[in-house]
Design a protein around this ligand. Structure first.
Ligand code: G6P
Length: 367
């Protein structure tokens, strides 16, 4: 079927707006409506004997993997390695017994990811993929392919595929936690409700569109932008910086907030906006002190947080973007929305070709 922009100015805007619907669809496929259990297609996958997970991908899918590391390690207590496919494939990494290799790819055709998968054939106990295109090469060559149900994604900069990848990866981490007896039924049920509530919260996050458009207007004149995040917000900071550079051509980079003093603080001045993504969680106070270090050097902080976080951050914040309260584990999925909208509106303000950014391809099928 032909896909059109459904009244949006760009495919990217349409795909951002579609997220509550496609996410609900993805969640429905793995979390049957009246049970507090995870259902995987086919013969499924049992994580009880898994010793190690190796996650491999490129681009935005790689940042989904980095996020998943936090989930699998914290919730399911499985040691996780995450790698960029182009590095993994040539490094000849040993895969000890008990390793499950997991590949994440929207297209299922990225050459490096496919080559990394083929490297694991015969070495990993199981090859699993998380893909958007079920008939793709990566899906076909996996022992188990888990579709993300995002629907066709046209914008070169990945948006809805990213949040659906995250949802499926979190669901997989919950399954792993349950299989390994690392999570009580109550905690599992809490996480499942948080996931089920996410599409609704995402609609609320999308309502920040006007606020974010105004903030993007300010960002559009910057030459460099720094993104900071801690814990689950660190991979998302990386993704936010990637989105911004891909479509607005503004140089952006991301650091784990705690690394600020180990380098990027040297760059802080009134010219470089610092986007901080930080819901008020257990690590929030540490992030506040990082923001103070930035502000003490005339750095301009744009804080994306929930109302309690914005209140606690106090004066001195340059621009604030409010997100609804959300359970900790699912927060990166929700906070992907302002990261995407910020990049989108900055690119629109600059007049770049949002859906077809220069030099980039939707699917990189050559090395
Ligand atoms: C390209 C696209 C990115 C994407 C990456 C990986 O660089 O522009 O948006 O994240 O490839 O693609 P895949 O299809 O494997 O997820």
């Amino acid at each position: 079927a032909r896909v059109d922009k459904a009244g949006h100015r760009h495919f990217m805007a349409k795909e951002i707006a579609e997220q509550p619907a496609v996410l609900a669809e993805a969640i429905r496929h793995y979390l049957p409506a009246d049970e507090d259990a995870v259902r995987l297609p086919g013969a499924g996958l049992d994580f009880s004997g898994v010793q190690r997970l190796t996650l491999v991908a490129c681009g935005t899918a790689y940042y989904a993997c980095l996020t998943a590391k936090y989930w699998f390690e914290k919730l399911a207590r499985i040691p996780v390695e995450v790698d960029i496919a182009s590095e993994f494939r040539y490094r000849e990494p040993p895969l000890p017994a008990g390793t499950v290799a997991l590949f994440v790819s929207q297209s299922g055709e990225t050459a490096d990811t496919l080559a990394a998968l083929r490297y694991c054939r015969g070495k990993a106990d199981r090859i699993v993929s998380v893909v958007n295109v079920p008939e793709s090469s990566i899906a076909r060559e996996s022992d188990l392919a888990l579709p993300i149900h995002a629907g066709v994604e046209i914008g070169v900069a990945s948006t809805k595929a990213f949040t659906c990848q995250l949802a499926v990866l979190l669901i997989l981490a919950l399954k792993a936690a349950a299989d390994r007896g690392e999570m009580t039924p109550e905690a599992l049920s809490d996480h499942i409700s948080a996931l089920r509530g996410l599409p609704h919260l995402m609609n609320t996050a999308l309502e920040a569109d006007d606020e974010i458009r105004d903030a993007a207007q300010q960002l559009s004149s910057a030459r460099d932008v720094l993104f900071l995040g801690r814990g689950l917000m660190f991979p998302l900071a990386l993704e936010g910086a990637l989105k911004l550079k891909e479509i607005s051509y503004i140089h952006a980079e991301a650091y784990a907030s705690g690394e600020l003093k180990h380098g990027p603080i040297a760059l802080i001045d009134s010219m470089m906006p610092v986007v901080v993504m930080a819901p008020k969680d257990a690590l929030f106070d540490k992030t506040v002190s990082n923001m103070q270090e930035v502000m003490a050097r005339e750095g301009k902080v744009m804080l994306i947080s929930n109302p309690a976080g914005l209140a606690a951050a106090g004066d001195g914040v340059w621009l604030s973007i409010a997100m609804p309260d959300v359970q900790d584990a699912v927060a990166p999925i929700l906070y992907a929305v302002p990261a995407q909208l910020l990049a989108y509106h900055t690119a629109v303000a600059k007049g770049t070709d949002v859906d077809q950014p220069r030099n980039l391809a939707k699917s990189v099928t050559v090395e």
